[in-house]
Ligand binder design. Sequence first.
Ligand code: SF4
Ligand code: ZN
Ligand code: ZN
Length: 314
Amino acid sequence: MSAENAICTVCGRKPAFFFRLYSGEKLCKKCFSKSIEEKVRATIAKYQMLKYDDKIAVAVSGGKDSISLLHVLAKLERNHPKASLVAVTVDEGIKGYRDEALKIAVENCKKLGITHHMVSFRKLYGFTLDEIVNRLKKKGKGELTPCAYCGVLRRKALNIAARKVKVNKLATAHTLDDETQTILLNIFHGDVLRIAREKPVTDEAHPKLVKKVKPFCEIPEKETALYAYIKEIEFQSAPCPYASEALRNDIRVMLNRMEEKHAGTKFTIFKSIERIRPAFEETAKKEGLRECIECGEPSAEETCKTCQILKQLS
Ligand code: SF4
Ligand code: ZN
Ligand code: ZN
């Protein structure tokens, strides 16, 4: 990663501070951050993620990825006066963790002049994540990890929030690392057909589901952190106390090791999947979504996953 004594290969003037191994570029700070903004712009165009007049909500957790995405999109959006941008944060109710992240999200929005909305598990579901985890533990029912519950509940919360603030696109900060980890995780779980669904732009599977886009899907996580650092963006660095999805962590470590030894591994995995996804899509049954009989939200089953979790609590 060090680019000692080298000159930026893009501007040819300033000292380089980052060596992008997979491309061979040595970049100064300015050219590096420009390259991230340009890459996001190109990714949005490549996957036709956004239109000039879209109403966009950015899912902001307060971590480096989502806060960096908010800053990059705010900058790109200035060229599209007809588009609008808001931020949405889900307060899962994780004591000693989410409060700080929320504060950071609010402060960044204020700096950027972006309206911030918050939606909480407690308000939507009647329980915080802490309460859900404790209750399930007491009942001996918590067979899944807290992250598995959190993921289901947060996906739904974000969709409800996006509808409430009347946007037609929801941008999430999934990076190249998240995407490649998820691909391998699905393979390791034997759930390969999920790969058909988890793409850079989601399908319009149900009128109540807001389209999700991932403008960072081709940006390595290391570089979103570096972008935040160069731009002096404040973000939350403390990890979530529940962050211990064992298999994902093992995959993360393995991928990082592979990337170190064989630069470009993550891109190769991502691009391979992009190429074979149409074949997956042909094999995968199109998800016929209906409305949950309990809450009326889009669901693959009669009762949605969220309502199934909440039923276990009572
Ligand atoms: Fe939720 Fe897990 Fe993320 Fe914590 S690490 S916020 S529990 S998904
Ligand atoms: Zn430069
Ligand atoms: Zn439901």
